[in-house]
Ligand binder design. Structure first.
Ligand SMILES: [Mn+2]
Length: 249
């Protein structure tokens, strides 16, 4: 089975708050490519930036406006071969669209665990009101045109404060060495990662923006895990590749 996953698009309800910064056409071509080359596609969360609304929090009115802005591709994402998990910026999709907290797959002897990853972020955790308030303030900065400052606060500044990559690495390590998993896929950090722990691998395709539409590709038969960037119309460039070496009998 060939599984693709991508996340952290941060599609916004108005252009100035949209981190993806691309045309919907690009996402339609991305779907053409993934649907042609993979059996299942898993959306890893933070697809929608639902917490840059008039009030703090993950808001349904904002989500509805985003779904309307991207209605053509959203319709495709409702196809049977797509599944979604929620992130901290689109938690609302759990209630309104039935996204899951996590997905666990067993296929060809591999155990694969997919989760957004904010659950391991010390600042956010499972539930938090302060992070929504701060995100909302940063949304206000973006509205005023302070995009670079907002990117810094949500990016390097935040990551350093939380030592975010380390935390996700630690969670993945535990799940691979002690949890009986072979592959862990996460998003959230926006950092492209491919780290092996024990006999398994933790992989993160990072953010997915207009000119750098990255995804994870897992082939359970050939036992290969890759991080790729989509190159329209139907090609990709390879960033990282990991191959499971089967036991010789
Ligand atoms: Mn996130």
């Amino acid at each position: 089975m060939r599984i693709a996953s991508f996340g952290d698009l941060h599609l916004g309800h108005i252009p100035v708050l949209d981190k993806f910064q691309g045309k919907e056409e690009g996402l339609l071509r991305f779907d053409d490519h993934l649907s042609r080359t993979h059996d299942r596609i898993i959306m890893m969360g933070d697809i929608y930036q639902t917490d840059y609304g008039t009030f703090p929090g993950s808001r349904s009115d904002v989500l509805e406006a985003i779904l309307k802005r991207y209605s053509r591709v959203v319709r495709r994402w409702k196809s049977a071969h797509y599944e979604g998990i929620f992130g901290n910026h689109d938690q609302m999709t759990q209630k309104l669209m039935g996204t899951l907290k996590q997905i666990r797959l067993k296929k060809d002897g591999w155990r694969i665990w997919l989760i957004h990853g904010h659950q391991f972020d010390p600042f956010i955790g499972e539930e938090g009101r302060l992070p929504y308030f701060i995100t909302w303030i940063i949304g206000g900065m973006r509205r005023k045109g302070l995009r670079k400052l907002a990117n810094f606060l949500e990016g390097p500044f935040y990551d350093f404060g939380q030592r975010l990559f380390e935390r996700l690495d630690m969670a993945a390590r535990k799940a691979l060495i002690h949890g009986g998993n072979n592959i862990i896929v996460m998003g959230h950090s926006h950092q492209m990662t491919c780290r092996s722990f024990g006999k398994g691998i933790y992989v993160n395709s990072g953010a997915c923006y207009r000119d750098d539409m990255r995804y994870v590709s897992i082939d359970t038969e050939t036992r290969v895990v890759e991080v790729r960037a989509f190159k329209p119309p139907n090609e990709y460039c390879l960033f990282l590749r990991w191959r499971d070496v089967p036991f010789l009998k």
